[in-house]
Design a protein around this ligand. Sequence first.
Ligand code: NAD
Ligand code: IPM
Ligand code: MN
Length: 356
Amino acid sequence: SQTLKIAAIAGDGIGREVMPEGLRVLEAAAQRFGISLQIDTIDWANCDYYQQTGAMMPEDWKAQLSGYDAIYFGAVGWPATTPDHISLWGSLLKFRREFDQYINLRPVRLFDGVPCPLAGRKAGDIDFLVVRENTEGEYTNLGGILFEGTDREIVIQESVFSRKGTDRVLRFAYELAQQRKRKLTVATKSNGIAISMPWWDQRADAIGADYPDIAVDKQHIDILTAHFVLQPQRFDVVVASNLFGDILSDLGPACTGTIGLAPSANLNPERDFPSLFEPVHGSAPDIYGQGIANPIAMIWSGALMLQFLGHAEAHDAIVRAIEDSLKQGPHTPDLGGQAKTTDVGQDIAERVRNAT
Ligand code: NAD
Ligand code: IPM
Ligand code: MN
């Protein structure tokens, strides 16, 4: 079969600790399932590179990355040296926008063996997908500061909701709902955000006309966050704007025990550009250097990457290995255990190698 070309960008902080475990499991899956992998390590798109060069990436970054089948990404951000808006707009957000990765798919699942912070929930009760718009919405650099430094100072930050950008993420979510339980939750805030959100609701209805068999539930983001905590079993596919989806995709995983498990797929479904696979979490400066970061979000993201690249069997084997490891294997401190990042990575890799 054809060689898969992967660009591995570890980034900053625990991105550098979880990446080797992600690669360990990818190599194990490649070996077990006869997949030919070429993994190239990229040593830019991190804050050290920025400190040395004054830019997060070389000028020809897009040409360098365009030839890859996918980008496997750790985490970027080191606020002690580099302001977050510089490091993130100079790397991850650039990838999402320039590679038109307009879907950010973020699974939320409660596993057996993971202590759930919500009382009375067991594995299987929480199992849904957040579909986050990933290229526009509230994430813009449009606007400015007027009368800066005076007591008349005014800050304007625009949002952008294009019809194309909104319709395509809604359609993706409807299609996904159709393959699952035919239930779609649409995050909104049409009571307070008086222009974009009523319009977003209208687009949800317009696209929904093509999917009459899907039950649609529009919920304001405030009560939606409450329902994530109080009634998580209600959800199956949840579609949201960029910012709302960002918030929901930390809250959801927190409800399933730890954000250290949560993976994401930044997809360009048309495959005009490489898609990007990364944990939901960041560089976690508070625990970096101790070797205790949970690598499962990184590992699961690798499974999503193999699935997107046509290796469903390898994906399934990695997810099963994660399930088994969470049930019987070592746990990192975020799950109440004492294991190291490498212990968990080795345990999962071993299970993938022996997958039947
Ligand atoms: P964070 O996700 O890095 O950390 C939040 C909390 O969760 C911390 O207490 C951290 O220790 C814990 N945590 C995160 N991942 C963990 C893991 N795998 N195992 C165990 N515990 C884990 O969020 P933050 O503190 O807001 O951000 C830190 C930096 O990361 C900032 O620079 C931020 O901009 C950046 N960031 C980057 C990404 C990304 O690259 N995709 C995502 C989020 C934040
Ligand atoms: C995420 C992160 C990013 C986002 C930050 C680091 C810009 O929080 O991937 O969820 O807000 O999209
Ligand atoms: Mn986030």
